[in-house]
Ligand binder design. Structure first.
Ligand code: F6R
Length: 369
């Protein structure tokens, strides 16, 4: 069943282009407009929404962080992202005009289920983004948007994460269309950008051997840091989580702008730091900001492992290793930038002789609070 791969995780990483393509499939009508047939919430209710709260745990919550950047940018609706267990127990402000989006691969995570119940009791509408058909959370939601990643067997989530991000983009574009925030041709263009992603993800996977070789050379590392800005920030958090889960290495993700507010004190000679670099073609100063962050940490001895877009020559002088990814709009870049980090964690765990499909102390679905 591993399809010739050494682990389910390796197979599932390779399934990612398909998972994203399948999650995009059948979402438009003959005119090219987005239609979400499975979203059974009245359009007038969705038009009246004045706040979105994404609730989820772990990797699924990081997909929610990406969703926040995209949905706020496209729809101009405030989006909060909250760990489901924190949301449930802090008396959140939720009412009929709040849309709660619950993201879950298994559809069974108890913390997320309790958050869904609490939100509905307060009168909110709940849309769940779920991978597993027939699970509990979609049954208890007002509507469901399925990801089509197929069954995910490895405990550490990979393809479900990419499919969750994809579904969140689809939801964001659908809301933008419904609420008139974007012209149809703008939506069509963004959908074309999205449909180009599976091929680019494939390219990143094909470049995986360089990442694996780097990971093998870092078997002795005991601490790895991850930096990103904007949507690169949740990618950094996810890269750190994968490494903790799989390789049992202390790993932390930071927003690069936080460096001088504390974390830069962690940098000493040889400290490996991954940095997710946004597209240099973006309009604002995001890119130059992160290039200065790379310079800052390198000047203090960090070994910089940089994920950058093809053609981004500005990072070359400051990078010890560069993992190149194809060009893509900044908001969509997480679908590419996270892949080398998944491969890195898997390869490092394998080099340490660990079971990447079944890390210690973890279960695939957490059905207790
Ligand atoms: C990390 C991982 C977990 C899950 C989390 C939520 O690799 O798999 O962090 O993402 O337990 O699970 P679901 O998505 O099933 O609600």
């Amino acid at each position: 069943e591993k399809g010739g791969f050494d682990s389910f995780m390796d197979k599932e990483i390779h399934d990612q282009p398909q998972a994203v393509a399948d999650t995009l499939l059948g979402r438009t009508d003959a005119t090219g407009a987005l239609v979400l047939d499975d979203l059974r919430i009245d359009e007038s209710v969705l038009r009246a929404v004045n706040k979105i709260i994404v609730v989820a745990c772990g990797t699924a919550a990081y997909s929610g962080h990406v969703a926040k950047y995209a949905i706020e940018h496209w729809c101009r609706i405030p989006v909060e992202v909250e760990l489901a267990h924190e949301f449930r127990y802090r008396d959140p402000i939720v009412d009929e005009r709040t849309l709660v989006v619950a993201v879950t691969q298994s559809g069974e995570t108890m913390d997320t289920l309790m958050a869904v119940r609490h939100a509905r009791e307060q009168g909110a509408k709940v849309i769940s983004i779920v991978n597993t058909h027939g699970s509990t959370i979609p049954r208890e939601s007002d509507a469901v948007l399925y990801t089509h990643a197929g069954p995910e067997i490895a405990v550490a989530s990979t393809k479900a994460f990419l499919a969750q991000i994809t579904a969140a983009y689809v939801l964001g574009l659908y809301l933008a269309q419904l609420r008139g925030n974007k012209f149809p041709d703008e939506i069509a263009r963004l959908l074309d950008d999205l449909r180009a992603m599976p091929r680019k993800i494939q390219t990143v996977i094909e470049r995986g051997e360089y990442v694996r070789a780097t990971a093998r050379s870092m078997e002795k590392s005991d601490k790895v840091l991850f930096l990103g800005r904007h949507v690169g920030f949740p990618v950094a958090l996810e890269g750190a989580l994968k490494l903790k889960e799989l390789a049992y290495i202390h790993a932390e993700g930071f927003a690069a702008g936080e460096l001088k507010h504390g974390p830069i004190a962690l940098i000493d000679e040889g400290q490996p730091v991954f940095v997710v670099v946004p597209s240099p073609r973006g309009r604002d100063s995001l890119h130059s900001k992160i290039v200065s962050n790379i310079q800052e940490i390198r000047a203090r001895g960090a070994r910089t492992l940089v994920i950058a877009e093809d053609g981004d020559d500005a990072v070359r002088p400051y990078a010890d290793e560069i993992f190149w990814i194809p060009q893509a709009p900044t908001l969509l870049q997480p679908l590419l930038a996270v892949v080398p980090l998944q491969i890195f964690a898997m390869a490092l765990a394998t080099a340490k002789g660990l079971d990447v499909d079944q890390p210690r102390n973890l279960a695939k679905s957490v059905t207790v609070e």
